[in-house]
Design a protein around this ligand. Structure first.
Ligand code: SF4
Length: 363
């Protein structure tokens, strides 16, 4: 439950992938930390993120025809979920096991995946017999080797190319306009990813794809409009940011790369290692879901409830909801500086509650 961070050791970032580009542009330091910590998240993710990786692997197995019917589906469904549970236990995240118990509508997600087995028209052009022209997990890279990624699925016909990416969460984001209007837009990170795939494909094959499509589990297929000039500009942005982040890093100028802001940091999985974020938190208390303070005491009440009392500047904060089994771990750290990541706040922010993804670091 309480972790100690291994020291940050800078490693040069040799390449970035299309799926990372949007995040790297938002905060290049995130990529530096990702490389230093072997791309292993330093905080627990949401159960949906862990389960999403299982769903995505199943989609890959459907598209590469390893899963061809319901019995093979059932076999991999059970096997991959069991594997994920074991991984979570090995990472000390046993409170998230069994992962299925933490996911809403598991049955529906299962049916949606099964539907994909026999309904390839979701991701294919109607009325064409070309099943052997699909390439799943197609590697796409530029001529310098610095931008590299794998597209979930590419259809390569004689006169038609389409690149697909499957998403297990929402593809669209809601924008609230004046009045009560809501507009739905494709998430920018997905647009960046697919447009960069398009340019990599163009560099490799000398031909632009005809269509870029996102496919969600609920059978939505959404086309991303693009022109290849715009994709090329994104590619140059990717190369420039890679050069810039390595140049600043080699001069030890990490501060220049760290773009602290609520939107960037709130879900950054490397924030425990980001000193710039810890400094930023000082003036932005409880803006994100993290809190830093000195542990004053840890109490277990007769009814089994638990509370950690911490001093944060002049305030004493109380965080409830820990598992009793962590009592010894907390009590051995009295008067130590701890940072609690992924804390739930109530509306007025006075009550703080630990969740099953709360991760605590001793500094
Ligand atoms: S915590 Fe914020 S500033 Fe630090 S690496 Fe993550 S996104 Fe960047």
């Amino acid at each position: 439950m309480i972790r100690i961070l291994t020291p940050f050791i800078y490693k040069k970032v040799n390449r970035i992938s299309p799926s990372q580009l949007y995040g790297v542009l938002k905060c290049p330091f995130k990529m530096v930390l990702a490389e230093a910590y072997h791309h292993k998240p330093l905080v627990a993710l949401s159960p949906n993120a862990y389960f999403g990786s299982v769903l995505h692997t199943i989609i890959e197995l459907i598209t590469n025809r390893t899963i061809v019917d319901l019995p093979t589906f059932e076999h991999y469904w059970k096997e991959l979920i069991m594997k994920k549970d074991n991984e979570l236990i090995n990472e000390g995240l046993d409170e998230l096991v069994p992962i299925k118990a933490h996911i809403k509508n598991v049955g529906l997600k299962k049916i949606q995946l099964q539907w994909l087995i026999n309904n390839k028209s979701t991701y294919s052009r109607p009325s064409a017999g070309y099943s052997n022209r699909y390439r799943s997990e197609m590697s796409l890279f530029d001529n310098t080797g610095r931008i590299f990624g794998k597209a979930d699925l590419v259809y390569e016909g004689i006169d038609y190319i389409e690149i697909y990416d499957f998403k297990t969460g929402n593809i669209l984001k809601q924008i609230f306009n004046e009045g009560s209007d809501i507009t739905y837009l494709i998430k920018e990170e997905y647009e960046y990813q697919l447009k960069l795939y398009a340019y990599l494909y163009f560099q490799m094959k000398g031909r632009s794809p005809d269509k870029l499509s996102l496919i969600s589990l609920d059978k939505k297929k959404i086309e991303i409009p693009f022109d290849i000039g715009e994709c090329e500009s994104l590619y140059h942005k990717a190369i420039n940011i890679l050069e810039e982040l390595n140049s600043h890093s080699q001069n030890g100028n990490f501060k220049k790369l760290a773009h602290c802001a609520e939107d960037n940091c709130k879900f950054c999985v490397y924030r425990p290692a980001c000193v710039h974020y810890t400094d930023w938190m000082e003036n932005n208390k409880l803006v994100t879901n993290d809190i830093c303070g000195t542990l004053l005491s840890f109490k277990v009440f007769p009814n089994g409830n638990t509370c950690a009392y911490i001093s944060e500047g002049f305030n004493t904060r109380v965080i409830s909801g820990f598992n009793q089994k962590h009592e010894g771990s907390f009590n051995s750290r009295l008067n130590k500086k701890l940072v609690f990541f992924n804390i739930q706040k109530d509306k007025n922010s006075t009550n703080l509650i630990a969740t099953n993804t709360t991760t605590v670091y001793e500094y």
